[in-house]
Design a protein around this ligand. Structure first.
Ligand code: FES
Length: 928
């Protein structure tokens, strides 16, 4: 230990510290300043940035002793006026914090402290930064949610505010018929906590006597376990438990669809990262040391690294219990007469495309804390975790622990991004086991490197697709064969690859289709849910074949899409008649109009639109590429799709809405608050939200399939509507008038010049023994399984995107300058936050298209560091013009349908189509 003198946020500290401590660990764990987040410990993501004597540093690798005698400012200090803070307003916020909220630049919020601290340093040295200055200053600080557009606007506004000037106006997307709170850009829930460092994610919780856990993982993609010896590790002082498969008290399997994933491997490991043993110790250092003392003897087995090989008779069978061997599922779509369809075609395009495994790279690594029954007010085994599916976590924990569901409680912490990657079990069962055995709270926080190796990814696919059309451009047939690499365990492969298959005709009227998909087990990292849920992969193939077809027919690519676009009255390839809410044509028209306007703005004649052009002197080629997409809302396929919500009014005139619907930054918390405020005509600020506590909040189902706005929005809306009914009756009795004549206005219940407050009605109800609380379980309309020809889904969202791309003619470097997007989302519940979803989805997809690939060689991951996984940063973010199109879905809340996934679906093919137009090179395999 060494004595450290340091000033943090204006307060002097003089204390002993461990020489190996980093500044981030010192701030978080020694001083309890958890506003500073750790994303990678590689100085790669930048979200741990703090200021040391005013200079931004990556605190995750900065030795704390290097800060000896210096002054450190963290996000908490910025909020209180340190570090150049101008928290002179009554809200006590620094202009950056205020403007990040105002411009909607905060989603999950995990990166926000880093972005703001870097920006604070920028504004101190450059009070009036240009956009280029901002991009340069923040080039090493990642945000995986926002797409950066709103971040740049927020920083520019903060600079203006600091100079005493008016900040930039906030984007105000055009929406139809704003209501009381619906279709208004209210700030998301807990946003103040997120910009001030007060927001609590799982690793920000600590309990007295808490132990630290680690997992021993397989170094082999496929091997037999010959022997596990934990004796030496167990004997190390400070180690409290070392557990293997023999210690799993219940079923040693978990899984969301198929229960095929061992809690701890017994006889075989099936991928690099499979869990073999877990342990808990007094400190992280002891836990790390003990991990190295567990001895495991493996006998390597042949590796299945390719889904096509997995399907061959020569491949070893990875799950002998699975009835169809390595074939997890064969998924089929049959529609019309495929032979006749191709016989009628004048042009046929057939190509093969490949997409790689990709990584979510949410900025918050997985963390779980288990607290045993009886510990400090915990009356049952409790797990704290940022999960996308709290109730299914509870079910899986209970089964593995040999308990009933009701004997386990899952409490959701804030989630620092998920994008589908926090649906599967991570450390939840392991901490439950360790907490139970040790009788103490146990935290298991994955390092970034462990997170990369462990969690399910987006499926790599091989897609052969054949598209036929008549001379006039009308599609006659689509035939496709897809291989999806499901990896070692099923996870959600069945569902993801089903979506890839059912969407493989694109958002078009295709009279004849035959699609076969083979979801395969391999020894690669498991694949699971990832924004777009399989449709990102099939759209990459579908939309490039559409451009090839347009070229062969000599047609404009948008005209071809317009001619074949789904509209009301069309039947999809799975047999679903589209009866309403099909806004694809409008999205195409809006994008086309903007592309033309772009050229007019740049000096072209009114008819001067060009798809491609060159600047030979600069050695650059430019082109537009377009692509369309559609994506289902909700689980569909016959799965019961429901969500429940409670709404309760209080004597202080506030209301709380409760549902276990996970908010990973996409904003379901503000959606349910807006629905509740709308029904009760309350100011939005008077509605609180409690999410994801299996003892306190009813089941909202998984945050997946772009479903939460639709199902949980409806659950909150209908529970609030029932509460309004109950309040009306009570107010009517109080005022002695008919209940139907009571009007709700801003927290008052009125009748003809008389009024009572909401709080007074609640008091009155309680005095009469009436409950000011309602519950509603919303069940989405029944859907039908694939193959039955009925309605597979409750609604579809539609989108068109155009990408303006520059290609360097000498180096091949691709730069995306601009993306124009139009998205039919039914109803924009919160236009500003919805724009943020679209911008973030586009930039995430831009990375998937151009640079991202989780590389595996014979089942062994090469992409084990964040620095080896190339995500787009702020300097890559294009200008994004985004239009909201609102074709109401009658069953959606106020007409809304899903938006979370669709922006990520058509960006890649739009960019690839642009590259082809610019330089004549067709991209058949991602990343570019
Ligand atoms: Fe930036 Fe989520 S808001 S990573």
């Amino acid at each position: 230990m060494t004595r450290l003198n340091i000033t943090v946020n204006g307060r002097a500290h003089d204390l002993d510290v461990d020489e190996s401590r980093t500044l981030a660990a010192f701030l978080r764990y020694d001083l309890g300043l958890t506003g500073t987040k750790i994303g990678c410990e590689e100085a790669e993501c930048g979200i741990c940035t703090v200021l040391v004597d005013g200079v931004p540093v990556d605190s995750c690798i900065y030795p704390v002793l290097k800060a000896q005698g210096r002054s450190v400012t963290t996000i908490e200090g910025l909020a209180h006026g340190q570090g150049g803070g101008d928290s002179d307003r009554s809200d006590g916020l620094h202009p950056l914090q205020r403007q990040f909220i105002r411009h909607g630049a905060v989603q999950c919020g995990f990166c926000t402290p880093g972005l703001i601290m870097n920006s604070a340093a920028l504004l101190d040295r450059c009070p009036d930064p240009s956009e280029d200055d901002i991009r340069a200053a923040l080039k090493d600080t990642f945000c995986r949610c926002t797409g950066y557009t709103s971040v740049i606007e927020a920083i520019r506004s903060a600079a203006l505010e600091k100079q005493g000037k008016a900040p930039l106006p906030v984007k105000d997307p055009d929406v139809d018929e704003p209501m009381h709170v619906i279709s208004r850009s209210v700030p998301p829930q807990e946003v103040r906590e997120k910009v001030t460092g007060q927001a609590k994610y799982t690793d920000d919780y600590a309990f007295p006597g808490m132990l630290y856990a680690r997992t021993l993982r397989s170094p082999y993609p496929h091997a037999r376990i010959v022997r596990i010896d934990t004796e030496t590790a167990n004997a190390l002082p400070g180690v409290r438990a070392v557990l293997t498969h023999m210690d799993v008290p219940g079923e040693n399997r978990h899984g969301l669809v198929y229960r095929d994933w061992p809690v701890l491997c017994d006889s075989v490991v099936r991928y690099v990262g499979d869990a073999v043993a877990i342990l808990a110790a007094d400190t992280e250092d002891i836990a790390a040391q003990a991990l190295g003392l567990i001895e495991v003897e493996y006998e390597p087995l042949p590796v299945v690294a390719d889904p096509k090989y997995a399907h061959s008779p020569d491949a070893p069978v990875l799950h002998p219990d699975h009835p169809t061997g390595n074939l997890l599922k064969h998924i089929k779509v049959r529609h019309g007469d495929i032979e006749r369809g191709f016989a009628e075609a004048d042009v046929i395009i057939e190509r093969e495309y490949r997409t790689p495994t990709t990584e979510h790279a949410f900025l918050e690594p997985e963390c779980s804390i288990g607290v045993p029954k009886g510990f400090e007010g915990h009356d049952k085994l409790t797990v704290y975790v940022g999960s996308q599916i709290p109730y299914q976590d509870r079910d899986q924990i209970a089964k593995a622990m040999g308990l009933q569901d009701e004997q386990v409680r899952v409490i959701g912490a804030l989630i620092g991004g998920g994008f589908g990657g926090k649906e599967d079990i991570a450390g939840q069962i392991h901490v439950a086991m360790l907490a139970t055995v040790t009788g103490r709270p146990v935290k298991m926080l994955y390092s970034r490197q462990e997170s990369l190796v462990f969690h399910p990814k987006r499926h790599a696919t091989i897609i052969r697709i054949k598209t036929g059309a008549k001379r006039d451009g009308r599609l006659t047939a689509v035939q496709a064969e897809l291989y999806g690499d499901g990896g070692a365990y099923a996870s959600l492969s069945d569902k993801v690859m089903t979506r890839a298959t059912t969407h493989a005709t694109g958002p078009y009227d295709v009279p004849n289709a035959k699609i076969d998909c083979f979801a395969m087990y391999t020894n690669n990292t498991p694949s699971g849910a990832f924004r777009g849920f399989g449709v990102t992969q099939s759209a990459f193939a579908v939309e490039q074949n559409m451009d090839l077809l347009a070229e062969a027919l000599g047609m404009d690519p948008l005209d071809l899409r317009r001619l074949n676009a789904q509209k009301v009255g069309v039947t999809t390839a799975t047999g679903q008649l589209l009866r309403e809410s099909v806004g694809l044509l409008e999205t195409i028209d809006k994008v086309r109009a903007d592309m033309i306007a772009h050229h007019a703005d740049h000096g072209a004649e009114p008819d001067g639109f060009r798809w491609a052009w060159r600047d030979e002197q600069a050695r650059k080629a430019y082109a537009w590429g377009v692509a369309c997409a559609y994506k289902n809302t909700g689980l569909g396929g016959g799965a019961p799709d429901k969500s429940a919500a409670d709404v309760e009014a209080y004597e202080d005139g506030t209301v709380e809405v409760r549902t276990a619907a996970a908010d990973m930054g996409q904003g379901i918390a503000h959606v349910v608050a807006q629905c509740t405020a709308e029904e009760l005509r309350l100011p939005y600020e008077r509605v609180r939200v409690l999410l994801c506590d299996t003892d306190l909040t009813p089941n909202g189902g998984p945050t997946t399939a772009s479903r939460q706005t639709f199902v949980s929005g409806n659950a909150a809306r209908l529970a609030a509507s029932a509460l309004r009914e109950a309040l009306s009756h009570s107010a009517a009795e109080m005022l002695d008038v008919p209940p139907q004549q009571i009007r709700f206005e801003e927290g008052l219940l009125r009748y003809n010049g008389h009024s009572v407050t909401l709080g007074d009605v609640v008091k009155w109800m309680k005095s009469k023994g009436l409950s000011p609380r309602t519950h509603h379980e919303y069940m989405a309309p029944q859907t039908q399984p694939l193959g039955t020809g009925g309605d597979m889904h409750v609604a579809f969202s539609y989108a068109t995107q155009a990408a303006l791309v520059e290609v360097d003619l000498d180096t091949g470097a691709v730069h995306v300058h601009k993306v124009i997007s139009a998205t039919d989302i039914g109803r924009a519940i919160n236009p500003l936050m919805l724009q943020g979803q679209i911008e973030g989805g586009i930039v995430m997809a831009l990375g998937n298209c151009l640079t991202e690939s989780f590389i595996l060689e014979e089942g062994v991951p090469w992409s084990r560091l964040l620095s080896r996984y190339k995500m787009p940063g702020i300097k890559h973010a294009p200008e994004i013009i985004s239009h909201l199109v609102e074709h109401r879905a009658s069953e959606g809340p106020y007409g809304a349908k899903g938006v979370g996934e669709i922006p990520s679906i058509n960006t890649s093919p739009a960019i690839c189509n642009a590259i082809e137009k610019a330089v004549g090179v067709r991209i058949y395999a991602l990343p570019v």
